[in-house]
Ligand binder design. Structure first.
Ligand code: FMN
Length: 367
C-alpha cells in the first residue's frame, strides 16, 4: 500500500531513516537451506559505503548487519529474514537549517506536500542510506542466484559528467580493474583524471551526473512474465526506484531509435546470438544472453553553490546545502544498481520455478 515493499515471491520491505536509530529490512520468501552468515554482507556493504575515499560523503558508518530472524545454525529456514543495521555516525545538527527550507532538486518539498510532516535529518527516508538495505537484501539474492543458476550480476561506472571509459567495447570490461578503484571505473589509466575532475567539482561547490551499467551473466532463457510482469518492465521499475535515477536503458536502449531493424535484431545461429541489442530480453522473457541495463543518475542536489528556494513561510531565500554529501551520487551507485537487478532476477526466478518447473529444458537451446 505505502510502497515500502517490492517483489512477488521474494519480497523485500525496507524501513528506517538516515538519522534514525537504525535501518532494516525484512526479506520474505527466501527458499530454505541457503547458507547465510553476517560476514556475507560485509563485501557489498563496504562497496556501497560512504567514506571509502575522499570522492564520496565523509559519513563513516560501520554497517554491521544483525540477522534477527529467518536463519538457524547458519542456514535460511524459509521464514522472514529480518536484517538490522544501526546508524552510528549521524550528524543531525547539520540539518537544523534545512528543516526551515527545501533543497532545490531534492525530495524535501514533495515529502512536505505529500505528508505534511518530514524528517529533514540527512534527508530522512529519501536519503540513499535506505539503499543500504537493498544491497543487504540482494546479498541473499546474489548468493542464491549464483548457487542455483550460476548467475553473476556485476556493474561499473560507465560515465561521469562528460568523461567516458576509454574501452573498445563493453565486452572488454575487466571487473578486477573496476573493483580496484573507488570509482568502479573500468580503465585504471583514467582514474587520476577522475580524481582531478571530482576535486575541481568539490572546490566549485558543485556536483555532476553519471551512468552505471550492469550485466547479469548466466541468466537462463525463460525468466520474466508477460505481459504485466515483463523482466525488462520490472528491471526498469526497480532501477528507477533508486534515488536520483532519471533514466533506464535495456540493451541498446535509446540508441535503438537511430538503428535499422536489420542492425538491431540479434540474429540467431546454432552457436548463439550474433549481437545483443535486446539486452538479453525478448517479449519480456530472458533469452539466455547477458541481461544488460544502464542507468542515468542526476547530479547531487545538496551542493554548496548558492541556489534559490523558499522557506516554510513561503518567502524567497538563497540557500547552500550543508552536511556531508556525495559530489557525484553515481560513484557509489554501482552496488545499488547490481542489487536491484539481483532482487528482480531472484523474484522472477522463483516465479518461473513456480509456474514452469515442469516444462524442463526446451530444444533447440541456442548458444
Ligand atoms: C548512492 C547515492 C548517494 C546519494 N547521495 C546524496 C547526497 O549525498 N546528497 C544528496 O543531496 N543526494 C544524494 N543522493 C540523491 C538523493 O537521495 C535523491 O536525489 C533524493 O532522494 C531525491 O530523489 P530523486 O532524485 O530520485 O528525485 C544520493 C543517491 C544515491 C543513489
Amino acid at each position: 500500500m505505502s510502497s515500502n515493499s517490492f517483489g512477488k515471491l521474494f519480497t523485500v520491505t525496507t524501513f528506517g531513516e538516515s538519522h534514525g536509530p537504525a535501518i532494516g529490512c525484512v526479506v520474505d520468501g527466501c527458499p530454505p537451506g541457503l547458507e547465510i552468515a553476517p560476514e556475507d554482507f560485509a563485501g557489498d556493504l563496504a562497496r556501497r559505503a560512504t567514506g571509502n575515499s575522499r570522492y564520496t560523503s565523509q559519513r563513516h558508518e560501520a554497517d554491521e548487519v544483525e540477522i534477527l530472524s529467518g536463519v538457524y545454525e547458519g542456514r535460511t529456514t524459509g521464514t522472514p529474514i529480518a536484517l538490522l543495521i544501526r546508524n552510528t555516525d549521524a550528524r543531525s545538527k547539520d540539518y537544523d537549517e534545512l528543516a526551515q527550507t527545501f533543497r532545490p532538486g531534492h525530495a524535501d518539498y514533495t515529502y512536505w506536500q505529500k505528508y505534511g510532516i518530514r524528517d529533514p535529518r540527512g534527508g530522512g527516508r529519501a536519503s540513499a542510506r535506505e539503499t543500504t538495505m537493498r544491497v543487504a537484501a540482494a546479498v541473499i539474492a546474489k548468493k542464491w542466484l549464483a548457487e542455483k543458476s550460476g548467475v553473476r550480476v556485476r556493474g561499473w561506472l560507465a560515465q561521469i559528467g562528460e568523461i567516458v571509459p576509454e574501452l573498445p567495447d563493453t565486452a572488454a570490461v575487466d571487473f578486477g580493474t573496476v573493483e580496484s578503484n573507488p570509482f568502479f571505473w573500468p580503465v585504471a589509466a583514467q582514474v587520476p583524471q577522475l580524481e582531478k575532475y571530482i576535486d575541481a567539482l568539490r572546490k566549485d561547490g558543485d556536483s555532476v551526473g553519471a551512468r552505471v551499467n550492469v550485466i547479469a551473466a548466466g541468466v537462463p532463457p525463460g525468466w520474466g512474465e508477460p505481459v504485466y510482469g515483463k523482466l525488462d518492465a520490472e528491471l526498469a521499475s526497480a532501477l528507477m526506484s533508486i534515488n536520483a535515477v532519471k533514466g533506464v536503458e535495456i540493451g541498446a536502449g535509446f540508441a535503438s531509435v537511430a538503428q535499422r531493424g536489420s542492425e538491431h535484431r540479434d540474429e540467431i545461429t546454432a552457436r548463439g546470438f550474433l549481437s545483443n541489442h535486446a539486452g538479453g530480453i525478448l517479449g519480456g522473457i530472458s533469452s539466455g544472453q547477458d541481461v544488460r541495463v544502464s542507468i542515468a543518475l542526476k547530479p547531487t542536489s545538496s551542493i554548496l553553490k548558492p541556489g534559490r528556494s523558499v522557506n516554510l513561510a513561503g518567502e524567497e531565500i538563497t540557500m547552500r546545502s550543508k552536511g556531508r554529501h556525495d559530489p557525484c551520487v553515481g560513484i557509489r551507485a554501482t552496488p545499488i544498481a547490481e542489487a536491484m537487478v539481483a532482487l528482480v532476477l531472484m523474484d522472477q526466478a522463483l516465479r518461473h520455478r513456480a509456474q514452469c518447473a515442469d516444462v524442463g529444458e526446451v530444444r533447440p537451446r541456442i548458444g
